[in-house]
Design a binder for this molecule. Structure first.
Ligand code: 3HC
Length: 294
């Protein structure tokens, strides 16, 4: 029997989580959006309203549609609000212990048929799945940043994910206007496995003084037709997120030096230069969260 997904949940309303909430709500799917505290919930709500207000001011979304979109989202503190959803997507920080604890709780709270999905970008979906009593209903559903814009979703199946779960999630992605690819549980899945060695190498070239940041980015943007250069993309992804992904891929992928984070990346993360979200990374932005370089 095909699942209807009449109501879904999203846990964690940072950049990715809030973007995923927007994707569902834009496409008519009611969402329960959950955070751990009232303060985090307020930040998550601001992420969502900021994005939808921007779309209205750019003439891309009518005010009435924005209001209808926001009307499909119920904000809540704590996981109990997820007891009746058909699917939960987790988008909390990339720490295995945190995700495992969360999935054990979700397993206890959500109804037995619910699918539990992780938006992890590099951790093992299998290791997350086995912290539940329903590993056959655990799947990776990996969105790309910015989630409302990027067309791709990677669906990650483990050796125990049920085929009908994968098929139902594929059908849901189509309903969201996304294109899905399905892969096994390998470090970095498809896109990050290919992308992050390149991004790391770009930081290495910058660190070595090989070329300026503007020239490195211009080479890839104008020479290779990419929408943005590697350093600008790292600022968009967030240097802390990129560092965590590289570290995990390095560990899980047989310690390939392509994925050993370049020292400069670590120094920038320690110094709080995380990219757009803190207002400064490889570039400096008008204000935290802005895409405008000053
Ligand atoms: N939220 C919602 N919409 C956004 C947005 C956001 N954060 N950022 C941009 N948009 C929308 C704009 O409203 C605009 O919509 P429109 O065409 O309907 O007017 C459209 O995207 C284009 O935006 P802009 O005109 O401002 O700027 P660009 O044309 O330069 O596009 C970009 C911005 C979409 C970010 C583009 O530069 C791009 O595609 N960059 C590459 C992004 C990428 O590679 N992402 C993957 C990162 S890896 C990843 O996410 C994996 C994870 O595990 C780390």
């Amino acid at each position: 029997m095909t699942r209807e997904f009449t109501r879904v949940g999203v846990v964690g309303l940072g950049t990715m989580g809030a973007g995923i909430v927007e994707v569902f709500a834009r496409n008519g799917v009611p969402v329960v959006a959950v955070e751990v505290s009232a303060a985090a919930l307020d930040r998550g709500r601001a992420n969502l309203t900021g994005s939808t207000d921007r779309a209205v001011s750019r003439g891309k979304l009518a005010e009435a549609d924005r209001d209808a979109l926001l009307g499909r989202v119920d904000f809540a503190v704590g996981l109990d609000a997820l007891h009746s959803v058909d699917l939960v997507i987790e988008a909390v920080p990339e720490r295995l212990d945190v995700k495992q604890r969360l999935f054990a709780e979700l397993d206890r709270i959500c109804h037995p048929q619910a699918i539990l999905a992780t938006n992890t970008s590099s951790l093992s979906v299998t290791e997350i799945a086995v912290s539940t009593g329903r590993p056959q209903q655990v799947v990776g559903v990996h969105f790309f940043n910015p989630a409302p814009v990027m067309k791709l979703v990677e669906i990650v199946r483990t050796v125990v994910t049920a085929a009908d779960v994968v098929a139902d999630v594929e059908a849901l992605c189509a309903r969201l206007g996304k294109v899905d690819v399905t892969i096994d549980d390998r470090a970095g899945f498809i896109a990050n496995a290919l992308l992050f060695g390149y991004l790391n190498q770009a930081v290495g070239m910058f660190e070595a003084g090989y070329a300026t940041r503007a020239d490195l980015d211009a080479a890839m943007k104008l020479g290779c037709g990419l929408p943005m250069g590697p350093l600008a993309l790292l600022d968009l992804i967030g240097l802390d997120t990129a560092y965590e992904i590289l570290e995990t891929m390095y560990r899980r992928g047989g310690r390939n030096r392509r994925h050993a984070p370049v020292p400069l990346l670590r120094q920038m993360v320690t110094a709080g230069l995380l990219g757009r979200k803190t207002g400064r990374g490889f570039y400096t932005y008008e204000r935290p969260g802005s895409s405008k370089v000053v």
